[in-house]
Design a protein around this ligand. Structure first.
Ligand SMILES: [Cu+2]
Length: 262
């Protein structure tokens, strides 16, 4: 999640986000060099060709070599940017063979998660932000650790996934357009009614990762956080067994009632 005085991107937890970090740094290097070069040229020109130092201006209108250079060099710089950029796009868009699939539906104003199981019972649940009262209650009753209940990000039902596994995420919207974003996973994808979008991630470290809706979707757009808990294979299996019981009616509104009554 974001931290105080943060100026960089959020930490990377997946190969895609690691690539985004590297690409961001690489672009910064290029931007820095070009800016310094242009600054140097400006200072040089102001010093060398001002009216006092150079009272009779040159009448030159063309310089073939210079024109070739300032065309070819920027093209080369763009190629150097484009190659890793297309590699990153390919990494994001080519979804590898998935170990599990989670379907996410954006709603006004919360997210629903469905875990379709091959051959087994599917289950689903709604994930709503804890308001300040619920958050205080959850912390005081030791249901959730204070450090893991950040304001405006903690939810009642976290989505749980196993560490080191490829998770395919299918995203849609139930009412208006939302956007499913988890910065540390490097995923940001539109949740559009009537359309199923796909992305993926492979979380490499256990922990809890937060995101937020990133497409203005109405009054409570700022209050529909995303929380993924990445756990070991054993803990995931235990959570799966428990959740099949707990959320027997896949992703319907009864869960919402049950969740808000907790
Ligand atoms: Cu929104």
């Amino acid at each position: 999640m974001p931290s105080d005085w943060q100026i960089n991107l959020q930490g990377a937890a997946t190969p895609v986000m690691e690539y985004i970090h590297w690409f961001h740094d690489w672009l910064n290097v290029i931007i820095f060099i070009i800016s310094l070069f242009v600054l140097g040229l400006l200072i040089y020109v102001a010093w060398k060709f001002n009216e006092k130092a150079n009272p009779v201006p040159s009448k030159t209108t063309h310089h073939a070599l210079l024109e070739v250079a300032w065309t070819v060099i920027p093209v080369l710089i763009l190629v150097v940017i484009a190659i890793p950029s297309f590699r990153l796009l390919k990494l994001q868009l080519e979804i590898p063979q998935a170990d599990l699939t989670v379907k996410v539906t954006g709603k006004q104003w919360y997210w629903s998660y469905e875990y379709p199981q091959d051959g087994g019972a599917a289950f689903g649940f709604d994930s709503l932000m804890l308001d300040e009262k619920q958050r205080a209650e959850a912390i005081s009753s030791n249901k959730i650790a204070a450090a893991e209940a950040p304001r405006l990000l903690a939810v009642d039902n976290e989505a749980v996934v196993p560490v080191g596994k490829i998770v395919r995420i299918q995203v849609t919207g139930a009412d208006v357009i939302h956007k499913f974003t988890v910065p540390s996973f490097g995923i940001k994808i539109d949740a559009i009614p009537g359309r199923l979008n796909e992305t993926w991630f492979k979380a490499e470290r256990e922990g809890i990762y937060y995101g937020q809706c990133s497409f203005i979707c109405g009054q409570n757009h700022a209050f529909m956080p995303i929380a993924f808990r990445v756990v070991s294979a054993e803990r995931y299996a235990a959570w799966l067994a428990e959740s099949k019981q707990k959320f027997a009616n896949a992703g319907d509104a009864t869960n919402k009632v049950a969740a808000s009554a907790q």
